[in-house]
Design a protein around this ligand. Structure first.
Ligand code: ATP
Length: 367
């Protein structure tokens, strides 16, 4: 979905060495990133990693301690939020309870004129149509579900026709099923308008599902910025590998490197001693490995196969969670946890394996 047709336009929002300090804490630490026109860009990471602060800096609710933020190439330093042409939706951006849904959306228009040739009420109707609530104008906001209220909040934020939409955990107060439905709608609305969007969530699954590109943040800094597939398949660090989806991270000493010669069609592989077991992994061109190196690599659970694969590990079933389509099984391998997914239940001692090509290199010399 994302990578191939990801927007490739000029940058709409750029952060250049942006830092925000509160006392001794750098909530946002030297962040440089660029969001393209029409892109759905997500900041994801654990609590406290600086997502909300980054969004507030873009909105203009905070000014950076250092660095520059540019909209379409122009610095927005000192420009107040109301002059930035941004629409913002927060987790609990409560609607005004004493106004109807239509009045709430119309309130978003207060300081802006409706588009040429359109009355205010036509514009409100158009926005309610966009968020799939065409008949809700006269309703009381409190009579709507949480998901419907968030769509009204979105319609209100979009009313003045902003250049940029900023969404801060807009679904986190909703239950899981509703979140999944709402994220499809949010993405549809965004695509229909082609509006540049920066989205904040701590939910990595949501981030993968909804975004053109994702910035995985840690301690105030993006650790990897890439399309969802890349972040999932080629995590750039152990942190990203473990934060995004389930993963099995292995650390070991390289004992040999084979193949990959010009006259040899076999891919280059390394034998890695992990806890006394030699596991073979394919070595990419990016990371140059040599015997003696300490190598970190990962294998996604869906690539660990029961009783199969070139590298094999004997492990013991520790626990199983039935998830419907698959069962997520945690194995104990000499004190290390491994995760596999299977259709059939497993118990006792099992052999799991993987092929060299299914391992992804993370780095050399890491923990
Ligand atoms: P969460 O998902 O929990 O909202 P987050 O990734 O959005 O987390 P931020 O809210 O941006 O993180 O906070 C980043 C860091 O900055 C945290 O350590 C937080 O305590 C600190 N921080 C944020 N705002 C302020 C403030 N106004 N004053 C002092 N410290 C702050």
């Amino acid at each position: 979905q994302a990578a191939a047709d990801s927007p490739n336009g000029p940058p709409a929002v750029e952060l250049d060495g942006v830092t925000k300090r509160y006392g001794d804490t750098a909530a946002v630490d030297d962040v440089s990133l660029s969001v393209r026109e029409g892109e759905f860009f997500t900041l994801v990471g654990p609590s406290g990693c600086g997502k909300t602060t980054t969004l507030r800096l873009i909105a203009g609710f905070e000014e950076p301690t250092a660095g520059t933020i540019r909209f379409s190439g122009e610095s927005v330093a000192g420009v107040p939020p109301e002059d930035r042409d941004v629409g913002v939706v927060f987790q609990n951006y409560a609607l005004f309870p004493h106004m109807t849904v239509g009045e709430n959306v119309g309130y978003g228009l207060n300081f802006a004129d409706p588009p040429e040739g359109m009355s205010r009420s036509e514009r409100v109707a158009e926005l309610l149509e966009l968020v799939d609530l065409p008949d809700a104008a006269d309703r009381d906001p409190e009579s709507l579900s949480g998901g419907q209220q968030q769509r009204v909040a979105m319609a209100r934020a979009l009313a003045p026709g902003p250049d940029l939409l900023l969404l801060d955990e807009p679904m986190s107060a909703l239950d899981a099923q509703l979140r999944e439905r709402l994220r499809v709608q949010v993405r549809r609305i965004q695509s229909e308008l082609g509006i540049t969007t920066v989205y904040v969530t701590h939910d990595q699954e949501e981030a993968l599902a909804i975004s053109d590109r994702v910035a995985v943040m840690r301690d105030g800094t993006p650790e990897q910025i890439a399309p969802p597939r890349t972040v999932y398949r080629e995590p750039s660090s152990r942190f990203v590998a473990e934060f995004v989806g389930d993963n099995n991270v292995f650390v070991g000493r390289v004992v040999d490197v084979e193949g990959g010669d010009v006259d040899d069609s076999a891919p280059r592989t390394a034998g890695v001693d992990v806890g006394g077991e030699i596991l073979r992994v394919e070595v990419d061109d990016v990371i140059d490995v040599a015997p003696g190196d300490r190598l970190t690599f990962c294998v996604r659970p869906e690539y660990l196969r029961i009783g199969d694969g070139e590298s094999r590990i004997r492990a013991t079933v520790e626990s199983a969670e039935f998830l419907g389509e698959t069962t997520r099984i945690t194995l104990d391998w000499g004190g290390r946890d491994l995760v596999v997914r299977t259709r059939d239940p497993l118990s006792g001692e099992v052999v799991v394996g993987f092929d060299p090509a299914d391992a992804h290199m993370i780095g050399i010399g890491e923990e």
